[in-house]
Ligand binder design. Sequence first.
Ligand SMILES: [Zn+2]
Length: 260
Amino acid sequence: MRRIGKSANKYLEAVADLFIPRTCCICGGELRGFEKSFCTECFAELPFTFFWHYRSNPAKDTFVGRTNIEDVIALMVYKGEIREAMHNFKYHGQIGIGEELGELLGNAISTSPFMVDALKEGITIVPIPLHRRKKRKRGYNQAEVIARGVQKGIIDYMLGNTIQMSKDDAGKSNASKSNASKSDTSKSDASKSDASKNNAKSEQNIIGKIIVEPHLLKRVRFTNTQTRLNKLERFKNINDAFEVNEKRLKRYCSKKKRKK
Ligand SMILES: [Zn+2]
């Protein structure tokens, strides 16, 4: 059903493109069907850091001595055209940009050698909350949009691998069965149905492991925009601005326990 839904969506997107052409958020050129916010040419120029391959990286260095932190990954260097794209995402409602950047970050995290174990165990993504006054004005919390994109990016990546592997496994087992007894089609059908049940189960398993919890933190102090602040001023600006939401944390912990 999901596949039919996806292809129907693609068809509708293609039809919609005929009437309202989508444009690249950087160069303004018309987007092709498979492109989301960035055209292929602008995408190739994006300033990716590749920090997710290196446990020790300049983004992590920023936090040394300031707070106890295990790993830091930054998707891109905040420079050039991406600054304007981020501005349009944050202040002009271009949510698709944040969703795509989140998905890219999710893909990057999925390929990170130091994230492998965490991803196997399952991870909880906690976006930084926006003050309710700002959220009301903007209509969305940009960190939550990115967090949901990250979740999608990781799940898509993991499902891509898992489904492929399961298909291969099912294919192999079907092939060997068919060699052993070519006339035994009922066995082969049963194995296909087992494989699809296993696929659905592992799909659910993966989806249940990568979760977004937007209410575990709460903002207790209104902070001014960080845009024009330097590094030290940014640290001061957000100091003591957040608290753990104890009520939500309790609910989250008991949900986790029930799953185990
Ligand atoms: Zn472009």
